[in-house]
Ligand binder design. Structure first.
Ligand code: COA
Length: 326
């Protein structure tokens, strides 16, 4: 282990499908309303992939933007990790497709499956490759087309999710007290049945309709999410105290405004320092945190020296956090 190496966040990118699906679209075929969805979730609209788009194609576009933003060329990438529960196929992995599309060398590339916490799992793996010297520059991608797993007759579930991709480039640095300071990831399969995404390929083979759909126990997941988000935040605030820094900005998994509000209330963390874009995109699972991170940069909310906290939780059940000094 090379303790001298810091793991810097060099750049981010994101890609959202052009098709905007507003809440009132569901009113046409479900007993629901824009008002119910807005007040219970904070979501106003979400994006759905158009027929030609897949989680790999969205991931490739997000990765290209992250490379440009980080001023890193595809040849410099030593490892690609893609977090997704909706890969184009189980084999090849989305990461293999991304590697080829970008024109990277014959580097390792693989997918990981940790639902909404997937990006933090990928970050945890990547930083260890860099700290041990096994890689210098790593591409992380979180990408989903959850719209293709939804039962459009289940109003409890289908209104919550959207499609999109986010990407980040991590690189070795010798700057002290910088970059990824701490990553913690967890899982507990005991309550796994609360969130279930069926095995599938995307787009559907031979145009066959889906036979299995995503199911969630929204009420139970809500309680789990509030509890875990508050615990992760309290723990990160203590870690920051030990390091003599503060959490300047929070980028949470974008799931439900009421979950975020409840966690902020129980930790006393100010809402003015929190990135929220779930109103525009709904829950994009593994893509949610990297999309929010990329938008926080592009909206000028983040700058050098700031310490940011990423938190996520979801299917598995899984949860995790990361502290990064920019
Ligand atoms: C799903 C969620 C928005 C529901 O909000 P809630 O306030 O907990 O609502 P409840 O489940 O208590 O349902 C209240 C009522 O609204 C109804 N309802 C559910 N979805 C509805 C919709 N889209 N439109 C109108 N009514 C709806 C329910 O059927 C229920 O009616 P009932 O009391 O007659 O049974 C919320 O629990 C949530 O966000 N959970 C987490 C989501 C999740 O699992 N994300 C994935 C993992 S990160």
């Amino acid at each position: 282990m090379n303790d001298l190496v810091s793991v810097a966040l060099l750049g981010t990118g994101s890609s959202l499908p052009p098709r905007v699906v507003p809440n009132d679209w569901f009113e046409g075929f479900l007993q629901t309303s824009d008002e119910w969805i807005r007040t219970r979730t904070g979501i106003r609209e979400r994006r759905y992939a158009v027929e030609s788009e897949t989680s790999a194609s969205l991931g490739i576009e997000a990765a290209r933007k992250a490379l440009a933003n980080a001023q890193v060329s595809p040849e410099e990438i030593d490892l690609i990790i893609c977090a997704t529960v909706t890969p184009d196929t189980m084999c090849p992995a989305n990461a293999n497709r991304i590697q080829t599309a970008l024109g990277c060398r014959a580097i390792p590339s693989f997918d990981i499956l940790a639902a909404c916490t997937g990006f933090l799992y990928a970050l945890s793996i990547a930083q260890q490759y860099i700290r041990t010297g096994a890689a210098r520059t790593v591409l992380l991608v979180g990408t989903e087309v959850l719209s293709r797993t939804l039962d459009m007759t289940d109003r409890n579930t289908c209104i919550l999710f959207g499609d999109g991709a986010g990407a980040a480039i991590l690189g070795a640095s010798h700057k002290p007290n910088y970059g990824v300071r701490c990553v913690k990831i967890y899982s507990d399969g005991e309550a796994a049945k609360l969130i279930n995404v069926p095995g599938m390929v995307s787009p559907p083979v031979n145009g066959e309709p889906m036979k299995e759909f995503m199911t969630i126990n929204g009420r139970e997941v809500f309680k789990f999410a509030v509890r875990k988000m508050a615990e992760l935040m309290q723990d990160a605030i203590l870690e920051c105290r030990r390091m003599g820094v503060e959490v300047d900005y929070l980028i949470p998994h974008q799931v439900n405004q009421r979950i975020i509000d409840a966690a902020l209330e129980s930790t006393g963390f100010p809402a003015s320092k929190v990135m929220v874009n779930l109103n525009k995109y709904g829950n994009t699972s593994a893509a949610s945190v990297p999309i929010a991170l990329d938008e926080a940069f592009s909206e000028g909310r983040l700058g050098p020296g700031k310490t940011i906290l990423l938190v996520a939780f979801g299917g598995g059940l899984t949860w995790g956090s990361a502290l990064i000094t920019l």
